[in-house]
Design a protein around this ligand. Structure first.
Ligand SMILES: [Zn+2]
Length: 88
């Protein structure tokens, strides 16, 4: 469907080099032309303030935020019920 290549950060895995565990998407912000996603470790090994990862995605390539402009991090996601079949 999409003609141009876009990036959906849900397709990325962010792993911490310190604790060797996948980090969890914990925040979203807009900065200039980019969307900035922050990932944090969810364990007792790392201090998120130290190991936090920020991933910047150019807004025009960001398929994820495009689909969910209201998304603020950690919220519900993507209930796409197309082809609604109404009973009765
Ligand atoms: Zn870590």
């Amino acid at each position: 469907m999409e003609a141009q290549e876009r990036l959906n950060i849900r397709n990325l895995s962010v792993k911490c080099g310190n604790c060797d565990t996948y980090q969890t998407l914990s925040g979203f912000a807009q900065a200039g032309e980019s969307n900035v996603y922050s990932y944090e470790c969810e364990n007792d090994i790392c201090d998120p303030a130290v190991t936090k990862t920020l991933i910047e995605v150019p807004r025009e390539l960001d398929a994820f935020a495009d689909r969910d402009p209201e998304w603020r991090g950690g919220g519900r996601h993507g209930d796409d019920l197309s082809g609604a079949a109404d009973g009765d």
